[in-house]
Design a protein around this ligand. Structure first.
Ligand SMILES: [Fe+2]
Length: 399
């Protein structure tokens, strides 16, 4: 499992979000905005966590030269579109709402310190908030709150802020509250504001009160939420090995077919990695390699052979049905359908995933069917485009 953090400022640390990730051994990467680090261009994590900061979604580049609200929102939208998980915290929650078209607003009350919050009836029903008490202490340090889209569901509220936790989608959550607070974060925050909290109000505590508070319980609730969400996410998002196991089961003991797609997948994986495909393209390539001959059993029965054209035609609806419960999004499934539907078409190859699939399938077919040297040289000269594919073919066939 991979996580990416957008951290706006040095002193707004990830706290329990990072603690939870480390305890689980997850791979973690950061964009440290205050160091002017660039946001990732691609979706390459399972969970994006957008942390808070002193900015608001309307803060301009002139006001804060390292904060790019529009770019952060664009990245959030990419994650949402890719079906990945997103958790926004405080400002991050407001950015998630904005990214989905909901304008942030001012909280009725400013809140600093642990405030008494409660789950709404929908919050009590939320599958990932089961580890939360109905009434709980919520860390807070804010003036604003996230906006609501048409589909947004408020899961927790407090007397000072009616939007403490908002669900925007199955794996898209906005936490106005800072359940990640730790003693260290409080110390860093207090240092940033000169050691004391000058604001006053019914939901504002003193620096001493903030420092004296034990944040263990809210951290525990947060990690139970993250555990529950990512466990569900994992079930919905099949990994490549899970997909391979599913395809092996689908093949019902046809060893020839199983051996073939495992070989094609292995060559595709190696060539793709040597060619340094981006993670998404590599994933689609590997899924297409695993499923590319899905129509072979049907073609043998229906046509008495596995002619490439029949396979391409029959493979498209089969692979669509095969992938429908794997957590892949529509665009991903469309691409795999396209690849399966074209893997025997050697003209007009568009896209590196298509190219590598064709090369990998050829290596497996040529070795299984003992194609002669002339055939292989012809393929090498006319079809092969990748350096890794060429190298692989020369090595396998001693050319
Ligand atoms: Fe094949």
């Amino acid at each position: 499992m991979k996580l990416h953090f957008i951290q706006q400022d040095a002193w707004v640390e990830p706290g329990e979000y990072l603690g939870w990730a480390k305890r689980n051994g997850y791979q973690v990467s950061f964009t440290k905005c205050w160091l002017h680090e660039k946001l990732p261009q691609k979706v390459d994590a399972d969970l994006l966590i957008v942390l808070g900061g002193f900015q608001c979604p309307a803060t301009t580049k002139e006001e804060c030269d390292y904060f790019d609200s529009a770019a952060e929102q664009a990245l959030i939208r990419k994650y949402v579109e890719a079906g990945r998980a997103v958790v926004g915290v405080c400002l991050g929650a407001q950015l998630v709402g904005e990214a989905l078209g909901a304008e942030y607003g001012h909280s009725p009350q400013k809140e600093i310190g642990p405030v008494r919050a409660r789950l709404t009836p929908q919050g009590k029903e939320d599958p990932f908030l089961r580890g939360f008490s109905d009434v709980f202490d919520a860390g807070a340090w804010h003036n604003d709150m996230p906006g609501l889209t048409e589909d947004a569901v408020i899961l927790a509220e407090s007397d000072g802020c009616p939007r403490q936790i908002v669900r925007y989608g199955r794996y898209i959550y906005g936490f106005q509250t800072h359940m990640e607070f730790t003693h260290d974060i409080i110390e860093a925050g207090l240092k940033e504001v000169g050691g004391e909290i000058r604001a006053v109000g019914p939901f504002i505590q003193t620096a001493e009160e903030l420092l004296a508070y034990d944040y263990t319980d809210m951290n525990r609730m947060l990690s139970s939420f993250l555990d529950a969400m990512m466990e569900d996410y994992r079930k919905q998002h099949m990994s490549v090995p899970q997909m391979l196991a599913k395809m092996i089961a689908f093949s019902e003991g046809n060893i020839h077919d199983i051996d073939h797609f495992i070989r094609v997948w292995t060559y595709a994986k190696v060539i793709g990695e040597l060619e340094q495909l981006d993670e998404e393209t590599q994933y689609l390539l590997e899924i297409a390699a695993i499923t590319h001959d899905i129509a072979c059993p049907l073609c043998r029965e229906k046509y008495g052979n596995t002619n490439g054209k029949y396979q391409e035609e029959e493979g498209v609806p089969l692979v669509e049905a095969f992938l429908c419960d794997t957590g892949m999004n529509t665009d991903q499934i469309e691409r795999v359908k396209y690849l399966v539907g074209h893997h025997h078409t050697l003209s007009g190859i568009e896209g590196i995933d298509y190219q590598v699939l064709v090369e990998a399938d050829y290596i497996a077919n040529a070795s299984e069917n003992r194609y002669d040297r002339k055939n292989t040289l012809n393929f090498l000269n006319k079809i092969v485009k990748t350096a890794a594919g060429e190298q692989m073919i020369r090595s396998v066939f001693c050319l």
